[in-house]
Design a protein around this ligand. Sequence first.
Ligand code: FDA
Length: 343
Amino acid sequence: MGVRVEVHLSKVTRAARALRPYVRTCSAAAGRSRYARDMFRSVILAAARSSRVARLVETAPISRDVVRRFVAGPTSGDALRATRELVGRGLAVTLDYLGEDTLTTDQAEHTKAEYLALLANLSAAGLTPAAEVSVKLSALGQRFDEKLAEANAREICAAAAAASTTVTLDMEDHTTTDSTLEMLSRLRCDFPTTGAVLQAYLRRTEADCRELAKEGQRVRLCKGAYKEPESVAFQSKIDVDKSYVRCMNILMSGHGYPMLATHDPRLVAIGEDRAKWFDRESDQFEFQMLYGIRPDEQARLAESYTMRVYVPYGDAWYGYLMRRLAERPANLAFFARSMSSKK
Ligand code: FDA
C-alpha cells in the first residue's frame, strides 16, 4: 500500500535521462521571458503526452514526498485522511479520483464505483457537506460513449445528493467543452447544485460566464490547464489574466455562486476586492486552490471566506502531476531534484 518508494537505480537513471531534454530546455527557458515561459509549458505538456516518458516516470521510484505534495495518496483512505485534516482546519474540500481518458466501459464503471463508495464514506465520516467531489466526464466514458458518461455522472450526482453534498464537473480540453456544458444543463434539471468549470484561457468563456451567471449556478473559474490552439485560446499569460478578470467581473456581479480557483496573488486580491464592490457576503462565493499549493494562503483565506481545497487521490497521478509541473518552473526543479536524489 502507498506510493512506491523502493529504489531501482536503473529505472531512476532511465527516467531521469528521458526527462533530461525536457528539464534542460525548461530550465533554460523558465523565467526569462513570456515566450520562454510559454515554451516551458508546451515542452512539459508535450512530455505529459509522451507515452515513453509516462511509462518511465510512473514506474520510477519517485520520492513519496514529490507525489504526496500534490496528491493525497493512492487510496480512498488517504483521501479521507487528508479531507479530515483539512476540514479540521476550517477548509472545505473537493475530491478528485484521478483518472482521465478512460477507454473502456469497465474502466468507466470502476471510476463510478469509486466515487459512489467515496461519497458513502465521506457521509459516514461526517465530512459532508464540507467535502464535495469533482468529476472528469472523460473518466466516465465521455470520449467513447457520451450517454454512458452521462448515466454514470447522474448516478454520482444522486449519491452526492443522498450524502448531502454535490458534484462539480471538471472541464478538460476544448473539444469537450460543448458536450460537458450540455450534460451539465441536463444534470442540473435533477441536481440543480451541480457545478460547472469555465476556463479563462478560452476565447468563448466570457460568453459562457454570461450564460451561467444565473441564480443557483455554481461556477468554478480557473485559467485552464491544457495546451490549446490560438484559434480557441489566449496564448499569453497577460491575456489569460485579463480574461480571468473580465470573467470574474461577470460572475461576481451576477446571480450565481462563483468559485474563484486560482493561486495567483493578484487575482486573489482582485477577487477579494470584487466581493466588496458587488456586496457579496462571505458565503456567496468561494476561493479554491489545489492541494499542496500555497497552503499558508489557503489558511489565511479560510479565516474570512469559504476556501475549498481540490484534493486529488488515486494511482493515476501522472497526467495531473505533469500539468502542475507545466504551471510553474519551481515545481519542475523540485521534481527533478527528487528524481536525482533519493527518497
Ligand atoms: P498561474 O499558474 O498562472 O500562477 C500564478 C501565480 O500563482 C504564480 O506566479 C505564483 O505567484 C502563484 N503560484 C502558482 N503556483 C504556485 C505554487 N506552486 N507555489 C506558490 N505560488 C504559486 N484546469 C482545467 O483546465 N480544468 C479544471 O477543471 C480545473 N480545475 C481546477 C480546480 C481548482 C480548485 C484549481 C485551483 C485549479 C483547477 N484547474 C483546472 C487548473 C487551472 O486551470 C490552472 O492550470 C492552475 O490553477 C494554475 O493557474 P493559477 O490560476 O494558479 O495561475
